[in-house]
Design a protein around this ligand. Structure first.
Ligand code: GDP
Length: 469
């Protein structure tokens, strides 16, 4: 069957050479993750490392010298904001490097690569242009998919039941209880409710809850203050009359779904070929068991968006096409000594396994990795009172001092983290993690200190490598 494989490969090569010169290939790479997961840094570093090559040895096409040039071009979609690559790179590479502004909305960037593919037995075909269209969007927007299946009444009941015991929801719940939902709509009341609910969502996020929908309430962009964002969950009386507060809230909730959620899925999500989902798993683990549990649920919800048949409307948009590859990457792995990276990867694998048991990704290739798009630390082993500690050293964002830290341990078995024992959940990463606020390292590390990222090249190989050969 080696011969058969060889034949199949040679047929593929011939097909490539026939079609390649006439039609530039394009790949739409979606980059998502919840707020602060590391999307902006990932895209900036990926593009910088593809344009300025030599630091991506695990990207086969780069290692073999197949990529001749890489350059930015105007994107094909005129009405989508452009990803602000130059200003983000400027922040990271200034004399006093700072982290760039995070993702607030959907944006896009086209990187074109001139690729010299090597055909069968080294036969050289003409160089081919591959357009890489990178689409950056908040993961919070994917969670909104669940709203499409729910009426306003059901959504309200679900949310109110879920948050009833949360301290951070106390103010909103009090206001909601005092509100007469059947009274005639009064705009200041609607606004006060929406604002209180938004304050709750923001506080919930800080507290480590991830079920923070509607996503646009956290990242409203230009929609801030519009009626479609001025609603909140309300418990209902038997049948709220027309023109009541409840009916208007219901109308706005439906407007949010049809005017905001659906266009996003139609115009952006349904066109994606490859997807990376970034997860600040370390941040959640440090926050504690409740944050980990919520991260697990959010991952399952995010994955649900990629499951064919999850939502009939969405399935009809894809028309048989689907996301071909999905990478789940734990970001900021430079907070850990590499000895602990396999544990972080195992946690990501367990997270996807859990979610994909319920989702059927038939056809989509998935992988889990631990990465740092921009490595801000170097490793250092420290003798601490006779104990050997695997530390990382970096420059602190606050004050600019260099210091080595020990973040604490990740569990060897992900089950200890994802299904904590009932008797007192365990704490992980509870040593110095809290104070590890590193400044971005200047993009040039000294020789011997390794590449300026961790496995960004491996991530790129999984996501787009096959299209660059
Ligand atoms: P976004 O909200 O998903 O766009 O997140 P950002 O890309 O803005 O990242 C949020 C923050 O995470 C940054 O400001 C950094 O503090 C941190 N961060 C992101 N990527 C890395 C990384 O590779 N290494 C380290 N040490 N920190 C990172």
């Amino acid at each position: 069957s080696d011969i058969a494989d060889g034949l199949i490969r040679s047929v593929e090569t011939v097909t490539d050479t026939v079609t390649a010169p006439f039609q530039p290939a394009s790949i739409r790479l979606g980059v998502t993750g919840l707020s602060r997961a590391g999307k902006t840094v990932f895209i900036t570093s990926l593009v910088a490392n593809l344009m300025n090559r030599g630091r991506m040895p695990q990207l086969v096409a780069a290692a073999h010298g197949n990529i001749q040039t890489a350059y930015l071009q105007p994107q094909p979609d005129d009405t989508v904001p452009r990803f602000e690559y130059e200003s983000h790179l400027g922040a990271l590479t200034s004399p006093l490097p700072t982290w760039p502004d995070s993702t607030r909305t959907v944006s896009q960037l086209r990187l074109s690569l001139k690729v010299q593919s090597r055909g069968l037995m080294g036969a050289v075909t003409g160089p081919q242009t591959v357009h890489l269209d990178i689409v950056d969007y908040p993961g919070e927007w994917l969670l909104d998919l669940a709203l499409l299946d729910k009426s306003y009444a059901d959504w309200s009941d679900d949310v109110l039941a879920r948050i009833t015991n949360r301290d951070v929801a106390a103010d909103f719940l009090q206001l909601e209880t005092q509100t007469d939902a059947s009274a005639k709509l009064d705009e200041p009341t609607a606004q006060a409710l929406a604002q209180a609910f938004t304050r709750y969502l923001k506080a919930a996020r800080v507290a480590g809850f991830y079920d923070c929908t509607p996503g646009r309430f956290l990242l409203p962009g230009e929609l801030e203050g519009s009626p479609a964002l001025t609603f909140a969950p309300l418990s209902q009386s038997d049948s709220p009359p027309r023109k009541s507060l409840w009916r208007e809230m219901e109308r706005r909730y439906e407007a949010y779904k049809s005017r905001i959620v659906k266009p996003f899925f139609r115009d952006h999500f349904a066109k994606i070929d490859r997807q990376v989902v970034l997860v600040d798993a370390l941040g959640a683990i440090h926050k504690g068991p409740q944050a980990v549990e919520d991260m697990r649920l959010a991952m399952a919800d995010i994955l649900g968006a990629f499951r064919p048949g999850r939502n009939a409307w969405l399935t009809s948009l894809f028309r048989g096409k689907r996301v071909e590859r999905i990478l789940f990457a734990a970001t900021k792995a430079d907070h850990l000594h590499h000895r602990q990276h396999p544990r972080l990867t195992a946690i990501m694998q367990a997270l996807i396994r859990d979610a994909s048991d319920r989702a059927n990704f038939a056809g989509a290739k998935t992988a889990a990795m631990s990465i740092a798009a921009l490595r801000a630390t170097v490793e250092e082993t420290v003798d601490h009172k006779g104990n050997v500690l695997d530390c990382v050293r970096g420059t602190l964002l606050d004050g600019g001092k260099q210091a080595a830290f020990y973040p604490g341990e990740l569990p060897e078995d992900p089950a200890h983290l994802l299904a904590p024992a009932r008797d007192g959940a365990d704490a992980w990463l509870d040593a110095d993690y809290q104070i590890m606020n590193f400044a971005p390292a200047p993009l040039t590390l000294k020789p011997g200190e390794g590449p300026p990222h961790i496995r960004l090249d491996k991530a790129a190989e999984f996501l787009i490598g096959d299209r660059l050969r």
